[in-house]
Design a protein around this ligand. Structure first.
Ligand SMILES: [Zn+2]
Length: 280
């Protein structure tokens, strides 16, 4: 197995929305915001080579929407999706599996692009199977008012039309050493990968624990559909991770890529913080 992590791009989002009921006087101690209350998030993706598969976990925002859309997103820095892959020796055609944790636009937008004529869409990874959980797929195509801004037709329907969609029904081992954990609080069927590598287990926490600041059980995003489920899912994951010494890998934390955990009087918190390349 070979595994790497890279940041597709940074973007900005409302700090209040990222921390839900937590007052700004508290979250501003651990996360800085600009004059519009926006904070910076990364879009880190994993690339995993196992057993003849080249798996890409999440694809960032992509570039299909108009200038107004991206003005709100404030994309900046990062390596870019295709450039990030290239820097590690891979082409888009090499990717055999695109694993989408869920279908919110910042996680799956990069999987689909405008075609050459600009009148339709095509897959960015033409040879890949696209893995999405069945519950997330059914939820997203049904859509709902609350997540309407996050589930964009142009990100989702071309994947189905391509015939390359694989709906994942259950938790378990999807590839050798690559396990899936299903969560329902952020959005139904959010898939969290747990990867066993060199005797270590890496948890790509995705939108369940987007940054290190979201480790405390009630520090959750307003975007979550069911906060009580998120709290329960975090509690179970964090207890197991503490007990078994898992490494958390953050998709959205601007400053911290990875951490281990320890028990404190306030509950489970980060222990050692380190870069992804320091794991190996
Ligand atoms: Zn999300």
């Amino acid at each position: 197995m070979k595994i790497s992590l890279f940041n597709i791009a940074n973007f900005r989002v409302d700090g209040g929305a990222m921390f839900g009921v937590v007052p700004k006087v508290l979250w501003s101690r651990v996360c800085s915001s600009d004059e519009n209350n926006l904070i910076v998030l990364t879009l880190r993706s994993l690339i995993v080579e196992i057993d003849g598969h080249l798996i890409l976990v999440d694809t960032g925002w992509g570039d299909k929407q108009d200038e107004k859309f991206f003005r709100h997103v404030h994309l900046h820095d990062g390596e870019g999706l295709i450039t990030g892959l290239q820097k590690r020796g891979y082409k888009a055609e090499d990717v055999t599996d695109v694993f989408l944790t869920h279908l919110h636009a910042d996680h799956c937008g990069g999987a689909v692009k405008l075609n050459r004529n600009g009148n339709g869409y095509e897959l960015v990874f033409p040879n890949a199977v696209y893995h999405v959980s069945r519950s997330q797929w059914e939820w997203a195509v049904k859509n709902n008012l609350r997540e309407a801004d996050s589930f964009l037709e142009e990100n989702i329907l071309p994947v189905e039309q391509s015939g390359r969609l694989n709906l994942v029904d259950e938790e378990g081992e999807l590839f050798p050493g690559f396990f899936v954990r299903m969560c329902y609080g952020h959005t139904p069927g959010l898939m969290i990968p747990a990867i066993q590598y060199n005797g270590k287990t890496l948890i790509y926490t995705g939108d369940l624990i987007p940054t290190m600041a979201h480790i405390p059980l009630i520090w959750n995003m307003s975007y979550d559909i069911e906060s009580l489920k998120t709290i329960d899912e975090k509690e179970r994951l964090l207890s197991e991770a503490l007990e078994k010494d898992y490494i958390l890998v953050f998709q959205h934390d601007e400053k911290v890529e990875c951490c281990t955990l320890e028990m404190t009087p306030k509950g489970i918190r980060a222990k050692d913080k380190f870069g992804f390349s320091d794991i190996f």
